[in-house]
Design a protein around this ligand. Structure first.
Ligand code: ZN
Length: 302
């Protein structure tokens, strides 16, 4: 069986794309579920006669397992709508294997990137949203989609479920310190925009990776990245060799360990997070998304 390949060019990668994954879902409210492969996480909503699902997971096999898990949780209701939280293939790359006939919703900037990228298996957006806030209803399921500016990826959408007092934001804040190299995180405005979501009345927070958490841990996640930004600037003052992973890891572990050492993954991950963030200050950011007025990336939406 051939598999959709995303942007991989090597046929040998099929072993990765087709590797079976075990999905586990958990019901969060009468209509709302969360699902994880043990690392990545998403949500889906039971609508009147169908299911509204966020993202697709990151390989064809995982997309199929996601579809199977939804079918197990909500039998006899097809996935009618897929909402891409952002453009990244590891979250939203394989709708062709997940729900090939579904309507695909995303921010219009996401839609542009996906159309131009033309990755194998990532279906184009059929319903592009323009603007920062959308009260949406899909097959009777009501909730709010929010893009307050560049935080991660292109055209990132978070979701707010008022009845459940629940906020879902994929690939932004985590309830731990297990950030990778943070590629395509928009550091200039990331914490400011993420912290702005605290104006929503939510108690539970569903991140795009790892465990479901709460408002307090969301706030702590914002504090962690902000403190990491401050500490990375201090590394310049102390002439820490900022290109050297081990030197940066030691520096930020010493500076932040007392306050954030309890976060899962802190010791293993703080160094690579710091390497990414010192380069933000070194270079001035990564393009337009890291300019002080990120609204330029919403330019088409005004
Ligand atoms: Zn991402």
């Amino acid at each position: 069986m051939s598999e959709h390949k995303g942007i991989f060019t090597s046929d040998a990668v099929k072993g990765y794309l087709a590797a079976e994954a075990k999905m586990e879902s958990e019901q969060l409210s009468e209509r709302l579920w969360t699902v994880s492969d043990g690392k990545y996480r998403s949500i889906f909503v039971e609508a009147e006669s169908s299911v509204v699902a966020f993202d697709t997971f990151g390989t064809p096999a995982r997309a199929r397992a996601y579809a199977a898990e939804i079918n197990r949780s909500i039998p006899d209701k097809p996935v009618s709508t897929v909402i891409y939280t952002h453009d990244h293939l590891d979250h939203a790359g394989f709708a062709a294997d997940f729900a090939p006939d579904a309507k695909i919703v995303a921010d219009e900037m996401t839609a542009k990137v996906i159309a131009m990228r033309n990755a194998d298996g990532q279906l184009p957006v059929t319903d592009a949203l323009s603007g920062q806030e959308h009260s949406v209803t899909y097959d009777g399921a009501e909730f709010t989609l929010l893009n307050r500016g560049p935080v991660h990826g292109t055209g990132h959408l978070s979701a707010y479920f008022e009845d459940e007092k629940l906020f879902f934001s994929s690939d932004t804040i985590l309830a731990n310190a297990r950030y990778g190299l943070m590629p395509d995180y928009h550091i200039a405005n990331f914490v400011k925009i993420m912290r702005s979501f605290l104006d929503l009345d939510f108690e539970r927070f569903v991140p795009g990776r790892y465990e479901v958490t709460d408002r307090k841990r969301f706030e702590e996640g914002c504090d962690y990245i902000e403190a990491m930004q401050t500490t990375c600037q201090q590394a310049f003052i102390s002439f820490t060799p900022i290109w050297v992973h081990d030197a940066m890891a030691t520096y930020v572990q010493n500076e932040l360990g007392e306050r954030f050492g309890h976060l899962d993954g802190f010791k293993e991950h703080a160094g690579q997070t710091a390497i990414r963030i010192v380069h933000h200050y070194l270079m001035g950011g990564w393009g337009l998304e890291d300019t002080p007025d990120p609204g330029i990336l919403l330019a088409d939406e005004r």
